[in-house]
Design a protein around this ligand. Structure first.
Ligand code: SAM
Length: 283
């Protein structure tokens, strides 16, 4: 059984434009997912033509997300707001956190109709998990959403996930403002799980970041900024960052180097170094 879709209109869910690629499907396909249309494959081909190891951006990001969720089950926070959650894969936020706390509540927010359809199908029988259709770049709308409010209590700590999402805000002034609005809405003691494409600002790595950015920003996706370390740091301003591993001080790190599960098998590619992540606590 395969859920693979062609762009043939009869197989495309209502509300989906099969001529436009989707961030969620392209990202999901880089992770090995099967929900991918022909237009998405074209974007993937362009990205891998520009940077052959580009899938490492997606893998690094998803691995970081999984480990950060597992790490945060050590807190007693039982509510998770996962903004820009993406297509369901083998390991989703609610599965990771409910393994440790079966009462944990999770709200997924996305605006991609394919993500919403697959998410709702997966979550149908779990009353602690919800899938909300909203624009995550309008924080007020998200936190005031009726379903979000019914599931998440913002007067006590929350885990907010903005993982692999904020680089799709092209406006450099808007991005830190959106983060600030989210952080302001959280109770003290809340945690933010965050990752973002980065321009590592080195002669070897900047061209890799620029090549992927060029395909994303100037192609049909139309967004995907690789910001400098200073720009990305400004987006987690005010958070007390967790140390990303035993050797380094608190802060952001390359996603693949944020508390890796064990010894690395093989080296880290240039692309893997072009996405950073971190976990921060609101004081
Ligand atoms: N957070 C997941 C992870 O890290 O594995 C998925 C990241 S995926 C690269 C980005 C997701 O953000 C996609 O599912 C996309 O549909 C969603 N997204 C992008 N812009 C959005 C917006 N304005 N509102 C809601 N979701 C959005």
């Amino acid at each position: 059984h395969s859920t693979s879709r062609s762009a043939s209109p009869s197989q495309v869910p209502v509300g989906v434009d099969p001529t436009r690629p989707s961030i969620a499907r392209v990202y999901g396909a880089f992770l090995g997912g099967k929900v991918v249309y022909e237009v998405d494959r074209q974007v993937m081909a362009e990205i891998t033509a520009a940077v052959p190891e580009a899938a490492d951006l997606a893998r690094g990001n998803r691995g970081f997300r999984n480990r950060a969720c597992r790490f945060l089950t050590q807190t007693d926070i039982g509510q998770f707001l996962d903004c820009g959650s993406g297509l369901p894969t083998a390991e989703n936020t609610h599965q990771i956190v409910q393994r440790h706390n079966d009462e944990a509540r999770v709200v997924y927010v996305d605006n991609d109709p394919v993500v919403l359809a697959h998410g709702r199908a997966l979550l149908e029988d779990d009353f602690r998990v919800r899938m909300v259709d909203a624009d995550i770049f309008e924080p007020r709308r998200v936190v005031e959403n009726e379903t979000v409010r019914a599931t998440i209590d913002f007067t006590v700590p929350v885990v907010l996930l903005l993982v692999g999402t904020m680089h799709y805000v092209c406006d450099d002034a808007a991005a830190p403002r959106i983060m600030r609005e989210y952080i302001d809405a959280l109770a003290p003691g809340s945690y933010v799980v965050f990752s973002h494409f980065i321009d590592p600002e080195t002669p070897e790595l900047t061209p890799i970041a620029k090549r992927v950015e060029d395909v994303l920003v100037n192609g049909p996706i139309g967004a995907g900024r690789f910001r400098t370390r200073a720009e990305v740091m400004a987006m987690v301003d005010g958070l007390e960052m967790v140390a990303p591993n035993a050797q380094d001080p608190p802060g952001l790190s390359v996603c693949a180097e944020w508390w890796p599960d064990g010894p690395r098998i093989g080296g880290l590619s240039g692309a893997a170094r072009c996405i950073v992540g971190g976990v921060g606590r609101k004081p």
